[in-house]
Design a protein around this ligand. Structure first.
Ligand SMILES: Cc1ncc(COP(=O)(O)O)c(C=O)c1O
Length: 426
């Protein structure tokens, strides 16, 4: 067959784009070469509906071993009893978990999207807001911290079946114990979606959600630095207290109900090639090298936040505990949309983001979100954060000056040469 030069040329161009720029999208990272290699393998050819040892197809004896390895390693990382590594993405993980424990029309309570939450936590445009009855809590106007009083009041008022914590744009740790307390009071389950800070939680650098939450979901491609994908986990398996039944009317252990909600509930055949790559990434997370990486991510985020504050940028909540920060640009007289656009012109990639109590639409926004997981993988340390913040500030303060943006782009490209990306790929 003729090589598809069109597509492979585009892949090459994407590699060059990733190499020359400063990647600050908080949900992105660079996997190791072996994680990528594990993803592009013959397991993409294999159907394996079911779970290791209980499949609906023959020939699964090898993929059974990789999937079991991924499960075992993930359980070891978080010291937990249950893991399902089949969800194709974070959104799929959340959909499956909700399918396992909710009925259509059940009330759910999550962090508002415009306050840092995620689409799958009840947004009107998402399955979670359409199938279930969504309610929200927010952050406080003064401090930008989760408004636990509001969360508790809402929980008592709407009596949700599920309280969701975790966020896409929240830079502080979460008080899981406090959320569990009100959940027990109103008879709700608690799910933590740790898609963003999972890599830091894995190394004990943030509070442990497994001690307090019934369920934990995550993506695998952000701070966990694995292939794109999702997982569902439980610290302890349990016989469900609300008598949730499977389709045959049997009360089952939660692990059975979750497994069934992933397959056949929401997915068909698992992506065994991606699961192989998850297994490799989980193996990497278990090393001391990853511990150093996770610590460096946190140090870099704090150094970056400090550098922004020194330039009078308004970080929501004043700083960060994890790998990201959300900046309100209103005092800098530039919208999130324009900031994203001009930074892109200087090869600095970030995304516009609504800030709490934003007066601009989600397409324009007053804010921008920065994360350091990717630049830390490139090799950046605290001392490099000043260069990055200086470059960002130069671009934002000269957003209509083509010459300065072009000059900054050149210095960004030169600067990134000291942090090689996939040198093995030539
Ligand atoms: C908190 C949270 N949950 C879920 C997701 C969804 O993950 P995916 O894009 O893999 O579906 C994201 C993605 O950004 C997220 O931030």
């Amino acid at each position: 067959m003729q090589k598809d030069t069109l597509v492979f040329n585009l892949i090459r161009q994407e590699l060059e784009r990733q190499r020359r720029g400063i990647e600050l999208i908080a949900s992105e990272n660079f996997t190791s070469l072996q994680v990528m290699q594990a993803m592009g393998n013959v397991m993409t050819n294999k159907y394996a509906e079911g779970y290791p040892g209980r499949r609906y197809y023959g020939g699964c004896e090898i993929v059974d071993q990789t999937e079991q390895l991924a499960i075992d390693r993930l359980k070891q990382i978080f010291n937990i009893e249950y893991a399902n590594v089949q969800p194709h993405s974070g959104a799929q993980a959340n959909a499956a978990l909700m399918l396992a424990i909710l009925q259509p029309g059940d009330a759910i309570l999550g962090l508002d999207l415009s306050m840092g939450g995620h689409l799958t936590h009840g947004a009107a445009v998402n399955f979670s807001g359409k199938l279930y009855q969504p309610h929200f809590y927010g952050v406080t106007k003064e401090e930008g911290l989760i408004d636990y009083n509001m969360l508790e009041a809402q929980a008592r008022k709407v009596k949700p079946k599920l309280i969701i914590c975790g966020a896409s744009a929240y830079s502080r740790d979460i008080d899981y114990a406090r959320i569990r307390k009100v959940a027990d009071e109103v008879g709700a389950f608690v799910m933590a979606d740790i898609a963003h800070p999972a890599g830091l939680i894995a190394k004990g650098l943030l509070g442990n959600p497994f001690e307090h939450c019934h369920f934990v979901t995550s993506t695998t491609h952000k701070t966990l630095r694995g292939p794109r994908g999702g997982v569902i986990m439980m610290g302890k398996d349990f016989e469900n207290p609300f008598g949730l039944k499977d389709v045959k009317g049997n009360v089952r252990m939660m692990s059975n109900l979750i497994d069934m909600a992933v397959f056949p509930g929401t997915q068909g055949g698992p992506l065994e090639h991606v699961i192989a790559a998850k297994a490799v990434a989980f193996g990497e997370i278990l090393t001391d090298e990853f511990t150093q990486y996770a610590k460096q991510v946190q140090l870099n985020a704090q150094a970056m936040a400090k550098a922004f504050v020194a330039k009078n940028y308004q970080i929501i909540s004043g700083g960060t505990d994890n790998h990201l920060m959300l900046i309100d640009l209103r005092n800098k007289n530039i919208s999130g949309k324009k900031a994203e656009q001009v930074l892109g012109m200087a090869d600095i990639t970030a995304n516009k983001n609504m800030v709490p109590f934003d007066d601009k639409s989600a397409f324009v926004t007053s804010g921008i979100r920065f994360g350091v997981a990717a630049v830390t993988t490139r090799g950046c340390k605290e001392e490099h954060m000043n260069f990055i913040v200086d470059a960002i500030d130069t671009v934002l303060m000269n957003a209509d000056n083509q010459a300065i943006i072009e000059q900054t782009k050149k210095s960004v490209n030169d600067w990134m040469l000291q942090f090689p990306l996939y040198p093995e790929l030539g």
